[in-house]
Design a protein around this ligand. Structure first.
Ligand code: GP9
Ligand code: MN
Length: 710
């Protein structure tokens, strides 16, 4: 004991004491207040060690103050500030299941105004532990039980501490990247950054990023907006009069097929269709399907797809637009347009936590009224896989919320089960479906989860038909991006009737096709498979026109797929592109008919040069629009800017029921139309989990405090 107190009386001892105490406090927060979901021993070890490097780094700065009367106040000040940051995050997390960004702290964020009175009410008895050590140390100092060490730490030693901490942080970062490639590049979820690097590193990273964004925005001018507007006006494609308004007034149901590629459609394995139900939709004369439709996502994957589909602007060249800019950007997207122009109610159903891809914030800026995330469903036990609730259960468990929405609604379902690494419990596998035997587990399993997804969609469709929703809905089904990455396409080659040996970049590019179908029941039976080339950027104008809403006044980079003037130059995020005749990859032009490098006439070269320029221009104008948040300067006729503060995603069902009650017999929800009877019994699923009582701990922690009251 004496030895210990002697040690603490040295500056290095005191430093170590504070570092260790703060380390423990952070771990306390990790295991009591946050739910970071570390999986496996490696992640667990990273979690345990991650507070150490940054804490040591910050506290080592005190060593550069030679005089005791500076050293002690500085190191205590750092400790108090660091504890305060941790503690504010704890409180914030209790309300938002998220960490505080610089924008929230400075009150700049419109989505989350930081800590409010009600969040301060979220204090807990055990919060004492966050402050107790500081109080005790201060008292011990006052009572002169801890003595000030007059001997300064030499500059070299101080520097050694700082650099050691930096090295440690480097190791920490490398481990994080190893466990989660592109951890910082993609920034999918603040929870992940904290899980791998800790709160201090997250806050520092966020500070640098937000500074960069602020600089860009401050320099933005209205004239830049005009440049963008001129471009989109010039490229606007008039609606096809035969298609305009054919789905007017209908509910819009969007089914996001996770990681689903077009090549699965109609694919047979061992003489069996992988996705018989989706295939039947694809060939139905109620369906307008596109077989030359490409995903255009960048690092933001799902979130990029969502952004393109709902705003008709591109994702960013690096990272995810949702994650980096989505908290504060001005959007003029589908939910708000449909609400304001045609009275639509908007909702998202997704079985993962709300913070993933920053959706909890972005959806408010998009004008989504409801977000039924993981906290709304029982995700315990075997009901979820890595990215959330299994698809069959998502559809089934969503009905009690869906039926409460006023019609017409715009409802988006984001499935997750067909996500890498394509894990599925045996109980969910169809014993009659035999997958491939390529030797590449990802490829073989991909077909199994795709088959499961197909069954899930079928069960949902059966419900839509039984409940009557089907007849007055338009159901839009799309794949968000590839599931099999380019590096694995050679394993896929044999399944596609090709060989791995002569697999080329051209083949990779062709595989970026994803399904795009508009199912419009009872609309004349003119549905067919359309060979027009297009991509995710084109969806919003297409959908708006089908709903009889002109898209002309908005800034949108895509064009209506049904329009005669639609541009068939499909840009990838890395500036490669595909047209009906050529595929251009890194400057090499391939002929689509042969798959070989094209021999071009002068005229063709000119054409391709023009297309290339178009691709570069649209991508860079879209980037400038989003990075500089130029839409804040744009006020299309009749469009009221979205106010994120209007939305609160807890108690969604209660909110919807309140509207039902207020509207009385004018309520248009399915529940009201069904004489206040639930339609849940119209849903039937063969999901084995539905009757399992949840005994083991939640795989996806339900952290929303309101979740339990639903
Ligand atoms: C997670 C899900 C997956 O919520 O949408 O996103 P992805 O990894 O495909 O971008
Ligand atoms: Mn995805």
């Amino acid at each position: 004991m004496k030895k210990l107190s002697k040690f603490v009386d040295t500056r290095i001892g005191f430093f170590i004491l504070l570092v260790v105490l703060f380390w423990f406090k952070t771990l306390f927060a990790y295991f009591t207040d946050f739910s970071l979901g570390a999986e496996g021993i490696f992640q667990f070890l990273i979690l345990i060690f991650n507070p150490l490097a940054t804490t040591a780094l910050i506290y080592s700065l005190a060593f550069y103050f030679k005089r005791a009367r500076f050293f002690y106040p500085v190191i205590m000040g750092l400790d108090i500030a660091n504890t305060l940051l941790l503690y504010l995050n704890v409180i914030y997390y209790r309300e938002f299941t998220d960490f505080m960004t610089i924008a929230t702290m400075t009150g700049y964020s419109k989505v989350n105004q930081g800590l409010s009175g009600s969040s301060l009410a979220l204090t807990n008895f055990h919060d004492i532990f966050y402050w107790l050590d500081i109080v005790i140390i201060l008292v011990l100092m006052l009572l002169r039980k801890i003595h000030f060490d007059p001997r300064a730490v030499g500059s070299r030693l101080a520097f050694a501490f700082t650099s050691m901490s930096l090295v440690l942080f480097g190791v920490n970062l490398a481990c994080g990247e190893m466990s989660r490639p592109q951890l910082l590049g993609r920034t999918f979820d603040r929870n992940y950054i904290v899980k791998y690097l800790g709160i201090d590193a997250f806050t520092g990273y966020d500070l640098v990023k937000s500074q960069h964004i602020n600089d860009m925005r401050q320099s933005a001018t209205k004239s830049e907006l005009e440049k963008v507007k001129k471009f989109t006006d010039k490229h606007y494609a008039k609606a096809n009069p035969q298609m305009f308004g054919i789905a007017k007034g209908r509910n819009v149901i969007i089914i996001h097929l996770e990681s689903f590629q077009q090549f699965i459609i109609d694919k047979k394995i061992n003489d069996q269709e992988v996705t018989p139900f989706l295939n039947s939709l694809y060939h139905s004369n109620d369906t307008y399907a596109f077989d030359n439709f490409f995903h255009q996502v960048g690092q933001g994957k799902t979130s990029d797809a969502e952004n393109m589909l709902e705003t008709s602007t591109f994702g960013l060249p690096q990272g995810s637009l949702f994650a980096t800019l989505g908290s504060d950007n001005t959007f003029q997207g589908a939910p708000a347009i449909l609400n304001q122009r045609a009275g639509y109610t908007s909702a998202v159903f997704h079985g993962n936590v709300a913070s993933f891809w920053n959706r909890n914030n972005v959806y408010k800026n998009l004008g989504y009224q409801y977000f039924f995330d993981a906290s709304y469903y029982d995700t315990s036990g075997d009901k979820a896989t890595g990215y959330g609730l299994k698809d069959k259960l998502l559809f089934k468990d969503s009905i009690k919320y869906l039926q409460a929405l006023q019609q017409p609604f715009y409802a988006k379902y984001i499935t997750v089960t067909n996500h890498f690494p394509y894990d599925l419990d045996d109980e969910d596998k169809d014993p009659n479906f035999q997958t491939t035997n390529t030797g590449d587990a990802n490829v073989d399993n991909y077909f199994i989860t795709a088959h499961y997804l197909d069954q899930s969609v079928q069960e949902f469709f059966d419900y839509l038909k039984k409940s009557g929703l089907y007849d007055h809905s338009i159901i839009m089904i799309y794949g968000d991006h590839y599931g099999i990455s380019n590096s694995e396409n050679t394993s896929l080659a044999s399944v596609l009737g090709k060989t791995a040996d002569n697999w080329t970049d051209f083949d990779n590019a062709q595989l970026q096709r994803v399904p795009m179908m508009f199912v419009i029941p009872n609309s004349g039976g003119h549905g067919h498979i359309d060979h027009t080339y297009g991509g995710e950027i084109d969806v919003l104008p297409t959908l708006l026109h089908l709903l009889g809403i002109s898209s002309k006044r908005y800034i949108q980079f895509g064009t209506d797929l049904f329009s005669k003037q639609h541009s068939q130059v499909v840009a990838f995020r890395n500036q490669d592109f595909v047209t009906p005749h050529y595929t251009v990859i890194g400057g090499t032009v391939y002929d689509n008919r042969t798959g070989k490098e094209a021999k071009l006439t002068k005229k063709q070269q000119e054409r391709i040069k023009k297309d290339h320029k178009l691709v570069n221009t649209e991508l860079s104008l879209s980037d400038s629009l989003n990075e500089k948040n130029l839409l804040r300067f744009y006020h299309p006729k009749g469009f009221k800017a979205v106010n994120p503060a209007d939305y609160n995603y807890s108690n969604g069902l209660k909110q919807a029921e309140q509207i039902e009650r207020k509207k009385g017999n004018k309520s248009t929800s399915l529940y009201s139309e069904n004489h206040n009877q639930s339609t849940e019994n119209y849903f039937s699923t063969d999901a084995p989990e539905q009757n399992h009582s949840s005994t083991d701990s939640n795989r996806i922690k339900i952290t929303n405090p309101d979740a339990n009251n639903k």
